[in-house]
Design a protein around this ligand. Structure first.
Ligand code: HEM
Length: 461
């Protein structure tokens, strides 16, 4: 067999400062893509770093888990620790364990199962909206964190005040942020002043709460529909273990923050295009009349689906994916050395004009009849690690957004400058939203700030 000679990816003339890259990953990759194309060697020093921005590159990136690994990216806590049990989720398993365990989680979050828990969620969303004041300005990110945090945690816990529940949710979010650090060194001695020791402390508290909830649910079956379904799962003929339930609960709780941020972006875009908000209100009224939105109505909300899709196209909360090469290999005929870090940018893929004409414009109607080619639209990732909570999140987000629109009008506070910050997700900043009675119109107050560098707002609809 003739072995093809591998190419060396183009190397930028200005070296990429990898410390700065971690602060602004999607912007850095976007600039490299414009200048050097879809495969770029960002750092020639060992371990090398490669940016990937073509669909062909993304396909290899996402579908070759035996070479491009998600698992070995991070540290390896010993199996008998709470950290291990909390990350005993799919994202941390190797390519042998992962295909064996994933089906249980995915089948759990099948649409039918999820529907059963959503009635309870609908009531909780409404109860939360009841607490909001009209003609008051809210930081929308905080509001949605509260909402998604409380709604999700209430699926698992009872007997706590809303503030306690929210503080537990925040602690899990902190846990995710701490876990994503790259300076964690596993040690035998646990020293709380080290990143590993601090993470271990949080993990113990988070795990203890989950275990208490599991024990309560086993004692009084059916108290919490979602948890009840989780603990009743049978996998390969065996009842699910408490360790696995802990891992699943933790993924649901940590995934709910991504949903809060994705919703915040959608609401930002709606404030900049209030005509869409008005059209969504019409759609909700047409489908529901005076009845509150329920899960049964959601399939008829085409516009809310398109708004969420378009918002996730322009500002995907998971904007850059990371893998590590386990061996010397190649991607799109370019050389990849063992231990290279690969970065695939959803942000750049989502802005390819050949798939999404006028890519910098917010145009939900582009989704009418559009099925993007594989690996060109990946807000929930792709391939073997594609988000296992995708259906669940989509339903919850549509429910929250349509119920919000049914109950309130909202505008961006005049003078607001919306920007973004890179946490584990890309999160909007400065999103000050005024809630008004639904009888008032949606009004356009143009945002200043850096979002104008990323999106063309000025064209009329
Ligand atoms: C809008 C909200 C969400 C977004 C945008 C999102 C996005 C993602 C992405 C991009 C990945 C793949 C990461 C990678 O390949 O490196 C992922 C994985 C995952 N997500 Fe989500 N997620 C969301 C909410 C959720 C929720 C609520 C749950 C749980 C119910 C969840 C469960 C999972 C699981 C289990 C995985 C790992 C799948 C695997 O490795 O097989 N996600 N998510």
């Amino acid at each position: 067999m003739i072995r093809q000679k591998l190419l060396i990816p183009p190397l930028p003339t200005e070296p990429v400062d990898m410390m700065q890259f971690w602060q602004r990953p999607f912007e850095t990759i976007e600039k490299l893509h414009e200048r050097y194309g879809p495969i770029v060697l960002m750092s020639p020093d060992e371990p090398q770093a490669i940016a990937v921005t073509s669909a062909a590159g993304a396909q290899e990136f996402f579908t070759r888990p035996d070479v491009f690994s998600l698992r070995l990216l991070k540290f390896h806590p010993p199996e008998n620790t709470p950290i291990y049990r909390l990350v005993y989720g799919l994202g941390s398993m190797d390519h042998i364990d992962h295909p064996l365990r994933r089906p249980s989680f995915v089948s759990f979050f099948r649409r039918d199962t999820v529907r059963k828990a959503l009635d309870q969620l609908t009531a909780q969303i409404d109860a939360y909206f009841d607490t909001l004041e009209l003609n008051k300005t809210y930081d929308m990110v905080t509001l949605l964190q509260h909402l998604m945090g409380n709604v999700t945690m209430n699926s698992f816990f009872s007997g706590f005040s809303d503030d306690e529940i929210y503080s537990y949710w925040k602690e899990t979010e902190l846990w995710v942020t701490r876990c994503s650090r790259f300076d964690i060194e596993v040690t035998e001695e646990i020293d709380p002043s080290t990143p590993y020791g601090a993470l271990m402390e949080i993990s113990e508290r988070v795990e203890a709460r989950y275990r208490a909830a599991i024990a309560e649910e086993r004692q009084n079956p059916g108290t919490h529909p979602l948890l009840h379904m989780l603990v009743s799962m049978v996998i390969n003929g065996q009842p699910i273990s408490d360790d696995e339930v802990v891992g699943h609960m933790n993924i649901v709780v940590s995934g709910s923050s991504s949903a809060a941020y994705a919703l915040a972006w959608a609401i930002f875009f709606l404030t900049q295009y209030p005509d869409y908000s008005a059209m969504m209100r019409e759609e909700v009224n047409r489908v529901c009349g005076d009845d509150p939105v329920t899960i049964q109505h959601l399939d008829a909300f085409d516009l809310s689906m398109r708004v969420l899709k378009e918002s996730a196209r322009l500002m995907p909360v998971a904007s850059v994916f990371i893998r590590k090469a386990l061996d010397d290999t190649s991607i799109c005929q370019y050389e990849v050395r063992k231990d290279t870090m690969l970065f695939c940018s959803a942000y750049t893929l989502h802005r390819q004009p050949s798939v999404f004409p006028e890519p910098r414009r917010f145009r939900p109607e582009r989704w009418i009849g559009l099925t993007p080619p594989p690996f060109t639209y990946i807000p929930f990732g792709a391939g073997v690690h594609q988000c296992a909570g995708m259906r669940w999140s989509q339903l919850v987000m549509r429910l929250v957004l349509s119920r919000l629109i049914q109950r309130f009008s909202f505008d961006l506070e005049p003078g607001s400058e919306v920007g973004w910050k890179q946490l584990v997700s890309v999160v909007p900043t400065g999103l000050n939203i005024r809630l008004k009675p639904p009888s008032e119109p949606f009004v356009l107050n143009r945002s200043g700030g850096v979002m104008r560098d990323l999106v063309d707002f000025d064209e009329p609809l």
